[in-house]
Each structure stands twice: as C-alpha cells, then as structure tokens.
Design a protein around this ligand. Structure first.
Ligand code: ADP
Length: 416
C-alpha cells in the first residue's frame, strides 16, 4: 500500500465533547445501546450507517470492512444506493482508505477538489462523487477493522469538529460491537448445538413417519407421547443454548439486589417436588447458622439451583435423597446440593463444566444436552462466586457454590 500524507488531526478532548448538543449525545447513546444488544452482523452494520448518516446530517453514510484474508477493503453497508464498483471496492494504494487504515486517524475534507490539489500523488476521489467528506477508522483494541465514511454535509457550513467527534465515538462503539459479533460467531457453540439438536429431531422424524403408516395405528398413542417429550426436550435445549450464549457473550443483564438464598431454595424445592416424587426421592433444605444475604439476581440464582437440583434428582436412585445445605462461612456463603446418586468418576470431574459434556453412562440416565452445568458456572461467576464438585463413584455427588455475602460487597463499594 503506497502512502500519502494528510494534515494531522488531534484526538478527541473534553472541550470538544462539551460542545456537542445533549440531544445529539443522547442519540449516540441510544444507538450504542442498540448496538450492544445486537448479535446479527447485517443488522449491526445497517444500524451503524443509518446512525452515522443521521448524527452527522450528511447525504449518505457507508461502512467499509477490511477483508482479513485478502487485506482489501470492501463496502459492507451504505445508506446510499447504486454505488459504483470503484466505490464498493476502493483501492488502498494512494487512496484515502489506505491513508486511514495506516494512520488510524480521522480525515475531514471540506472541499474535495480544492484540498486534493495539495496532494499531488493521491488518486482522484471522483469515484466517491462527493464535495465534502469525513472518514474515520474503526479501531478495535489491537487493529483497524474498517472505515466509516459520510459524504456531503447537508445545509450550510460543512462538517464541524463536533461532527467528527460524534462520528469517531460512533465508530469506536461500532468496532467494539462488530468485534463482539465476530468473536460470538467464531465460537463453535452453534455448530455444537446443531449437532446436539439432530438427535431428538431424528426421533421426531421417525415417529412421524411411523404415524403416517395406517397399519401401525395401535402405536399412535405411544408415538404421540414420544413426540411430546422429544419436542419438550428440544425447546429446553434451545432455551439453555440461548441462555448460555447470552451469558458467554456478556449480554445477559443481571439484577443487583440483596437475595436470601434460603427463599430461593424453598422456591426451588416447591418446583422440584413433583419430579422428586416420581422417583420417591426425599428433597429437603438444611440451614446451618445465620446465613447472610447475597447480592445478585433472584431469577438467575433460582435457575442455578434448579439446574443443580434437577441433576441431583435425575442422576439419583429410586428412593434416594437430595439435600440443599446453606452455610455461613464468614467470608463466604456456601450453598451445597448433595445427592445419593451413582457419583462421578474422578477422570470426568475436570470436564463437567464444559459445554455439551456428558459422562458416558450405561444406565440410561442421560437425557440433557450438557448445558446445565456450564450455565450454572457462568451464573455463579457472574455473582463473583465459584462452583466446585466433589464426588465418588457409588458415593453420591456434592456441588457447592460459594458467594461473597452482600455486606462484604457493600463494604468494598463504600469508601472508608
Ligand atoms: P445434562 O443436561 O446432561 O444433565 P449438565 O451440564 O447439567 O448436563 O451435566 C453434565 C453431565 O454431568 C451430565 O450429563 C451427567 O453425566 C453429569 N452430572 C451432572 N450432575 C450430576 C450428578 N448430580 N450426579 C451424577 N452425574 C452428574
């Protein structure tokens, strides 16, 4: 890529920020909120160009992203239609795009024809079909991933410093959101999930094929029940998958309220009673000492305890026992879920919290997707805690979650 030289521009400073009208900042903030809750690449780039267009009051806005493999830049979205081929895939040699990518700085040209006379070695910008333009780099932590460009300021006066600052702020939020989407897409969570999805789907397909055969009508009731339970399993898996991917991408909002874990445990036991009864399992709560509140999200903590007790019932023997024990450890609050199931072999213990991991079983216990424990781990960690398991083949299992008590958190938040 050949280099050209433009005048240097200074980075954003607080005086420039103060000069921006609050309504414009609010609009930027609204866009940023939308950006951070979108995981769809196409939707994201569309939001970015619409917002760039609107914020800078320009004729059109376009976003160009660098193709990692070819190191070329290409138009990804634009508010303008009918862009020429040259404008869609601009060259990087001697071009404004090349300059922005290598200098990682914004560029404002108020009057393209006049200003370009200063740069004898630059390509003509005729292909951009603009009188004025402003272009900023999309910077992530360690690289520049593209360029956000707006053309032709509407109304009098040309692009201002504030326009440039706003565009840079939008570009930095956009780059972070794009990076997030890329990371999200890179995780093979989707591929793994699709693999898991196929098993119940096959069962459903077979069942419906059999249903269609008139000579097998006596089996209908049985097949319909199977379809119902496999469909329920699929939707549970889909919900778990969604929860885990939201937790992994940090997009799940957690409440910050004082929570009484004893109340959570009581709530969970009520919900699990029917399932426990089916296997004649005794499920109870034991509170040791004065257990302080923890700080966090009631519904998520309930989901955590539901996952653990669900396993404790599922992987238990007929007539077994499940105990939820709450303890005050001084520096920490512990909640234990103990069962009298078959236990887990030592070699499997380190993998239990990996997604889609299931212990090979010969007793026909397994029916989940192996997402319950990874979800549990994320929830505990999001509360500043940790989860541990102890187990012995034939000796049952104990899952313990440790949380900082809410008074400890409050003390660290309030300066002395
Ligand atoms: P699943 O949906 O398969 O239950 P989890 O992530 O909740 O997924 O658990 C992963 C695996 O860990 C299970 O498939 C099971 O083999 C094992 N496991 C979890 N909890 C227990 C338990 N209380 N007793 C024995 N094995 C367990």
């Amino acid at each position: 890529m050949k280099q050209i030289k433009f005048r240097d521009r200074s980075p954003i400073n607080t005086a420039q920020l103060k000069a921006i009208r609050p309504t414009r900042l609010r609009r930027l903030l609204e866009t940023s909120t939308t950006l951070s809750s979108t995981l769809d690449h196409n939707q994201l780039v569309d939001i970015v160009v619409t917002s760039a267009n609107d914020l800078t009051e320009s004729e059109s806005a376009s976003i160009y992203l660098v193709e990692q493999a070819s190191e070329k830049i290409e138009l990804t979205a634009s508010t303008a239609t009918n862009l020429s081929a040259a404008e869609r895939k601009p060259s990087l040699d001697n071009s404004l795009f090349g300059w922005i990518l290598s200098n990682k700085e914004p560029l404002v040209l108020q009057n393209i024809q006049q200003e370009l006379l200063e740069y004898s070695d630059i390509d003509t910008l005729d292909y951009l079909n603009a009188d004025s333009l402003m272009a900023v780099p999309l910077l992530t932590k360690d690289s520049v991933i593209g360029v956000l460009l707006v053309k032709n300021k509407l109304g009098e006066g040309g692009f201002t410093e504030q326009d440039c600052v706003l565009l840079q702020m939008l570009a930095s939020h956009a780059a972070a959101a794009l990076e997030n989407v890329r990371l999200f897409q890179q995780t093979d969570l989707i591929a793994e999930f699709m693999h898991e999805f196929k098993t119940p789907l096959m069962a459903l397909t077979t069942a419906s094929e059999i249903l269609a055969r008139e000579d097998l009508i006596p089996f209908h009731q049985e097949l319909l029940m199977m379809i119902q339970s496999e469909t329920a399993r699929l939707s549970r898996m889909a919900q778990d998958f969604l929860d885990l991917s939201r937790l992994e991408s940090g997009r799940l909002q957690f409440d910050q309220q004082p929570v009484d874990l004893t109340v959570v445990a009581e709530d969970v036991v009520k919900l699990q009673m029917a399932q426990a009864d089916k296997k004649d399992i005794n499920i109870s709560i034991e509170v040791l000492g004065d257990v302080p509140l923890v700080y966090g999200d009631y519904d998520r903590l309930k989901q955590l305890l539901l996952n653990l007790t669900n396993n404790a019932i599922k992987y238990n023997r007929q007539g077994g026992i499940v105990k939820i024990r709450l303890l005050n450890l001084g520096q920490e609050v512990a909640i234990k879920v103990m069962d009298t199931g078959p236990g887990i072999a030592a070699e499997n213990l380190p993998h239990l919290f990996e997604r889609f991991y299931r212990v090979r079983d010969d007793e026909g216990f397994t029916e989940g997707a192996g997402l319950g424990l990874p979800i549990a781990k994320r929830i505990v960690e999001n509360h500043g805690g940790r989860i541990e398991v102890t187990s012995m083949l034939g000796g049952g299992s104990t899952f313990t979650c440790y949380f900082p008590p809410s008074n400890k958190i409050e003390n660290t938040l309030v300066p002395e």
